[in-house]
Ligand binder design. Structure first.
Ligand code: GDP
Length: 709
């Protein structure tokens, strides 16, 4: 079957927000309005399946689906009366689920990777919250164009201006309103559309009827002020529009086109006002998704590597290119079994096609392909470039796997996850549960790549690692509730790192020549400090074959192993460049093993000489406390080596923003409770690694030795 919807009319979007900002409510409203407009004549691209259990049908599919497809025609356009008209006008929107929980930022990153644009939802009372900030920066990293939605404007304490200000102060100055509220809090009535310069009211039971009116006289100045601000910002960010603006010669369509270009370039971020719960403003955001967010063809081609040669390859978002897709979520559906959600970057996958998983280098048959809608599942024949759907019943696929045409193998850029900042000993309460615990810990770690398991080489104990105390607590709790494994855990240990502060050279020799075949490895290396978070770089600068090429991988391996073991206190070494520039070999006695050992010796020697230091995880902390406790709480934070960056006024409450070492924050929740008579709360997440002050150097070494005992 040919495409019903051209790729230019496809939008892959995510709705991202701080927990409780209104993501679920907004999504529900979107599915409701898009479902209504899609009603005329049920034409599908496949067969609709409606075998839901009653309760499943009731709550809709959105709860379990990682991606839901819906359709929308701009509300300001003439709405279709026939099926043909409808399909011609409609855009296909795939909404990719992004988790709202604090500690699942890995999942957020994973979903950001496959979407082309996003709606960021803010609570109109709280403004920018810690997690929205994190997600915002993640979206920057993946260059995701976005719209902002200031929600909950009907709530007591809501302020559009203050929320906008907090977006400007904490996220970006490029955020510019395209709709503004009419009234606020209990008087919130509708919005002014600054592009059309009309007042829009939302009537009917669920706000489904749009009433477009002239802007009331008393709001004209207010609307003009924002309209001018919008036009000026747009002229600043789009040259084509600037000329039209100064010539005072432009229409609505010119504005929309300019916003689209600027939005895709991140120079203009449209901001919408509304209330999902009170059914106000959502349709205009949907118009924005279609008008301003990119389609797959507006973005650069996807980059990948040839698995054999490692050469860079690019694939255009085009049906005629070889097929490639990224598996971004594995989910178990109670009705159909395992669903692997994929984003197709190029080419077409048809039902029954045999495709390659480049990680395992094995092919499999895509027996069935489905697409999820708000309240039904559709069996489809094929997925085209730029589209999202799920393959049914395939085993051995993992999140992040590339699947592709077996004749044109490619590995897409894999998803990078942060290393754990905290480790904790874990053991089952009963010996019989040992094996079960191992199996389920692995399952949890497959699902969440920032959750890691390792076995302590010396003690044989199992350790779990993650992104914070809460993250590990949640995992332990899931073990208990979902898998019925009771465990005992140790005190959490900070994942320090070792690094160096100056460049030095060192030599490593491993030479044994007593009887039989000897050993001969000899390397000279230079180590140099790297910028934070650059990890490790290995440079082979051997000239004239003083060490033959075939031994170089052994040298690198020796260094990598030594890095993991650590040198000063047994913490992994990071942010270091190692340059191998000299050495020697023996025709008969040299071996991989000898070079590996020589490299380890040289590396340890080098790190010891290069003024080593420790790095520690620094957390971003947000504490909200009643004003009267501010002094006590900041005083306590100061004693924890916290750097207070800002104290925001939130009426009765104060919000403290700080950076603080993780090692000082164990059990903070309890302390805060007692400092504030139970009225303060805090939120914390990993920010970055930073040098530990010199006066703590010895104590870290001593503590480590104690833990080892
Ligand atoms: P999520 O955690 O981001 O998915 O947020 P939800 O959509 O579940 O909303 C969190 C809470 O805020 C729920 O109690 C909603 O009813 C409420 N809520 C969502 N949108 C609005 C709104 O526009 N106005 C008001 N007053 N409450 C809202």
């Amino acid at each position: 079957m040919p495409r019903l919807y051209p790729i230019e009319k496809t939008r892959n979007i995510g709705i991202i927000a701080h927990i409780d900002a209104g993501k679920t409510t907004t999504t529900e409203r979107i599915l409701y309005y898009t479902g209504m407009s899609h009603k005329i004549g049920e034409v599908h691209e496949g067969t609709t399946v409606t075998d839901w259990m009653p309760q499943e049908r009731e709550r809709g599919i959105t709860i379990t689906a990682a991606a839901v497809t819906c359709f929308w025609t701009q509300s300001y356009k003439k709405q279709a009366e026939t099926v043909e008209e409808r399909i011609k006008g409609e855009y296909k929107i795939n909404i990719i689920d992004t988790p709202g929980h604090v500690d699942f930022t890995a999942e957020v990153e994973r979903s950001l990777r496959v979407l082309d644009g996003a709606i960021v939802v803010f609570d109109g009372v709280q403004g920018v919250e810690a997690q929205s900030e994190t997600v915002w920066h993640q979206a920057d990293k993946y260059k995701v164009p976005r719209l902002c939605f200031i929600n909950k404007l009907d709530r007591m304490g809501a302020s559009f201006e203050d929320s906008l200000k907090s977006i400007h102060n904490r996220l970006t100055k490029n955020a510019v309103p395209v709709t503004i509220p009419i009234g606020i809090q209990e008087n919130f009535k509708g919005v002014i559309d600054l592009i059309r310069m009309k007042a829009v009211y939302f009537e009917g039971e669920k706000g489904e009827i749009l009433k477009i009116e002239d802007i009331p006289n008393d709001l004209k100045d207010y609307a003009n002020e924002y309209r001018n601000y919008m036009l000026e910002k747009l002229a600043e960010s789009d040259e084509e529009f600037m000329d039209k603006y100064f010539a005072n010669n432009f229409n609505e369509e010119d504005i929309r086109k300019a916003i689209r270009r600027a939005c895709i370039n991140y120079t203009f971020i449209p901001v919408y006002a509304g209330s999902a719960l009170k059914n106000k403003g959502i349709q205009l955001i949907l118009d924005g998704v279609v008008d301003f967010l990119p389609s797959p063809v507006d973005l650069p081609p996807v980059k990948g590597w040839d698995p054999k040669t490692n050469a860079e390859i690019y694939r255009q978002p085009n049906d005629n290119e070889p097929f490639c897709a990224l598996a971004f979520k594995i989910a178990v559906d109670p009705f159909v079994g395992t669903l692997t959600y994929i984003r197709v970057y190029s080419g077409i996958i048809k039902r029954g096609d045999t495709v390659l998983n480049t990680r395992t280098n094995e092919t499999f048959r895509a027996g069935r392909i489905v697409r999820m809608h708000a309240n039904h599942r559709e069996e489809i024949e094929e997925l085209f470039a730029g589209d999202i759907g799920a393959i049914v019943g395939v085993k051995d696929l993992k999140t992040g796997d590339t699947i592709c045409d077996p004749k044109n193998p490619i590995v897409l850029e894999s998803i990078q996850f942060a290393e754990p900042v905290i480790w904790m000993k874990i053991e089952p309460k009963t010996k019989q549960d040992q094996e079960k615990m191992g199996i389920y810990l692995k399952a949890l770690s497959d699902e969440d790549p920032t959750f890691k398991i390792k076995v302590d080489q010396e003690t044989g104990e199992t350790l779990i690692g993650g992104m914070g105390e809460l993250h590990l607590e949640i995992m332990v709790d899931r073990l208990r509730r979902e898998f019925k494994v009771e465990t005992n855990v140790g005190t959490p240990q900070v994942a320090y790192r070792e690094t160096i502060t100056k460049s030095v050279e060192a030599e490593g020799k491993y030479i044994r020549q007593s009887g039989g075949r000897g050993q001969y490895g000899h390397v000279v290396i230079r180590v140099e400090p790297l910028e934070r978070d650059k990890g490790f770089e290995f440079v082979n600068a051997i000239k004239g074959g003083v060490i033959p090429d075939n031994f170089i991988p052994a040298v690198e391996k020796g260094i990598r192993e030594a890095m993991e073991k650590g040198v000063i206190a047994g913490y992994p070494v990071r942010d270091i460049r190692v340059i191998l520039f000299d050495g020697s070999f023996h025709e008969v006695d040299s071996s991989d093993l000898a070079f590996k050992i020589a490299a380890e010796i040289a590396f340890k020697e080098a790190v010891k000489k290069a003024n080593p230091i420790f790095l520690e995880p620094i957390m971003k902390l947000e504490v909200i406390v009643p004003s009267e406790f501010l002094g006590d709480v900041t005083g306590d934070l100061a004693s924890r080596r916290a750097k207070i960056e800002e104290v925001e006024d939130m009426g009765e409450m104060k919000k403290i923003l700080a950076k603080v070492p993780l090692s000082e924050m164990f059990g903070y929740v309890t302390v805060l409770r007692s400092l504030t008579q139970g009225r303060g709360f805090s939120y914390m997440e990993f920010s970055h690694y930073q040098e530990v002050p010199q006066y703590l150097f010895e104590s870290i070494i001593n503590n480590r030795q104690k833990v080892k005992k």
